[in-house]
Design a protein. Structure first.
Length: 155
């Protein structure tokens, strides 16, 4: 009986890796190629542009797309202490993406947003570093949401 279970485990280990399963992100990356990205010269636009170009750069892809990226960043006061000094800010990054499929010139719009809170430090440079780290994190979060949306609207 124990030999039977060992045999089943060995067969499962040998046959499962060859089942044809692929990670869905790798499939997406091979299906799309970004011909051009239009952005303004803001830092957030640049980070999104570079991240998308790195992930969707297969020149042999069937679906070629053109992207128009518009971002808005809103910084609001989240918390104040007893002395009425600001201790935390909240940043909201909204990304509007217009995708043009070059095969049939059809346009789709994607709108994603993410927000986060960063602490105000006693030193200005630490506060700026906190803000930059949060912005990079939120941009990566928006890029992941954009990639998930692209898998849903692929033609």
């Amino acid at each position: 009986m124990i030999k039977f279970y060992k045999l089943i485990i060995v067969i499962a280990i040998i046959s499962l890796p060859a089942c044809g399963f692929k990670v869905s992100n790798n499939i997406l990356f091979s299906e799309f190629y970004i011909e051009s990205i239009e952005t303004s010269n803001k830092k957030i636009d640049f980070l999104i542009k570079q991240s998308l170009k790195n992930k969707l750069s297969n020149e042999n892809a069937i679906k070629q797309i053109r992207l128009n990226v518009n971002n808005s960043k809103t910084r609001t006061i989240n918390e104040k202490d007893v002395q009425n000094k600001i201790t935390k800010y909240e940043i909201l990054i909204e990304t509007n993406l217009e995708v043009t499929f070059l095969n049939n010139l059809e346009k789709q719009s994607i709108k994603v947003s993410s927000s986060g809170i960063y602490n105000v430090s006693s030193k200005h440079i630490e506060t700026k570093r906190n803000q930059e780290n949060l912005e990079k994190y939120l941009v990566n979060k928006n890029v992941e949401q954009i990639l998930k949306s692209l898998t849903n609207i692929k033609k």
